[in-house]
Write a protein that binds this ligand. Structure first.
Ligand SMILES: *Cc1c(COP(=O)(O)O)cnc(C)c1O
Length: 372
């Protein structure tokens, strides 16, 4: 799905030097590169605080710990997401409240969120799925009205702009109370291992988060709160500093590939190509088609036989996962999510796709649909 080797080849010199510098410095944990990356990312995102951590799942967990959410508190999110979003809510003993998504953007439906708010609701977790922002303004209004935290799961949309009605722009993950991201290798800003970060403009919250990722410790060996051990390695930070400088260029390369796909599938009676919302730029973490009457696994197999990876994100909605079965939900409750889970297919999407590959991929999809 991603060609990390070709991407690395183009920046090899810079990466190798940076990695070797860290090794020679012996500052493997909390080294100066971590602080430098933190500041670079704060500048890029135009946010006051970036708190690096070990991965995107930890980022979500630590954010919820820092907001002092307590067992019984309800947290609203979508059933059409990667498991981590719901996993951390459950792990902290909070109550996940699931809602449906919109069919055009695959993102959380603000009207369904409004209907799901109760006196126990404490937070909303919008997931900026596949590289495009959730419509944040209605959620921010609900947050204000009902005194709710907005925790953005921005693992898939780092670098995307949210565009307010008045035309002002903010980076995805910097709009709500707190934003969380992942630097997993295949994410838009990926390191060469695990990594993550939390963003906020709230000084007090930032301080609490910094203490939590460090064992609840502000003064060495004095623990004021229960924390976790969640750090970004210096080597990963050094790699991320280099890749951050290229993030916008990388997004442009992804958009270019997306435009090729769009043209190839335009006007096909069964294919719906990704929409571009007016309130968000698209950084194409995934290029996901919705295809009518599709046997997804047959298409995936057909592509696989041609050495083309194709993935189904996500085949089973959260409310139908064994671990998250809950008497509050049953099959049929989230019709859009369930329809999408049966009809989506994501094509290879990365910074190194060339015309020849794109031609081969699109022709293969069309050939399959011609026969099935
Ligand atoms: C990748 C991802 C995460 C988790 O990130 P990790 O770094 O793998 O822990 C969380 N939420 C979403 C939507 C993701 O895509």
């Amino acid at each position: 799905m991603v060609d990390l080797k070709s991407q690395y080849d183009k920046i090899q010199q810079e990466i190798d030097t940076a990695v070797i510098d860290v090794i020679r410095s012996t500052q493997y944990i909390n080294g100066s590169e971590v602080k430098n990356f933190q500041h670079d990312l704060e500048n890029y995102l135009n946010v006051k605080h970036v708190i690096p951590c070990a991965n995107g799942t930890d980022a979500l967990q630590v954010a919820m710990m820092g907001l002092d959410l307590k067992p019984g508190d309800e947290v609203i999110t979508t059933s059409f997401t990667f498991v981590a979003t719901v996993e951390v809510i459950a792990l902290l003993g909070l109550t996940p409240v699931l809602v449906d998504v919109l069919p055009d953007t695959f993102n959380i439906d603000p009207e369904s969120v409004r209907k799901a708010i109760t006196s126990k609701t404490k937070a909303i977790v919008p997931v900026h799925l596949f590289g495009q922002c959730v419509d944040m303004e209605p959620l921010m209004e609900m947050g204000k009205e009902h005194n709710l935290y907005i925790i953005e799961d921005n693992a898939q949309a780092i670098g995307a702009d949210y565009i307010f009605k008045d035309g002002t722009r903010k980076k995805a993950g910097t709009i709500g109370t707190v934003g969380c991201t992942s630097f997993f290798p295949s994410k838009n800003l990926g390191c060469y291992g695990d990594g993550g970060a939390i963003f906020t403009n709230d000084d007090e919250l930032a301080q609490r988060l910094r203490v939590i990722v460090n064992h609840g410790m502000e003064v060495r060996y004095y623990h004021d709160s229960i924390g976790v051990n969640s750090r970004l390695d210096s080597i990963q930070a050094a790699i991320l500093r280099i890749k951050l400088r290229k993030l916008d260029e990388y997004a442009a390369a992804r958009r270019k590939a997306a435009c090729y796909y769009d043209r190839a599938f335009a006007n096909h009676p069964r294919i719906k190509t990704p929409v571009r919302s007016k309130f968000s730029s698209h950084v194409f973490h995934q290029y996901t088609l919705v295809i009518e009457n599709l046997d997804q696994f047959a298409l995936q197999k057909f592509m696989g036989e041609r050495d083309i990876p194709a993935m189904i994100y996500y085949p089973v909605p959260m409310h139908m996962q064994k671990a998250y079965i809950d008497p509050r939900y049953k099959e049929g409750d989230f019709p859009v999510t369930e329809m999408l889970s049966k009809s989506v297919i994501s094509l290879p999407m990365h910074t190194e796709l060339d015309e020849e590959q794109l031609k081969y991929i699109t022709e293969s999809v069309l050939e399959f649909l011609g026969q099935n």
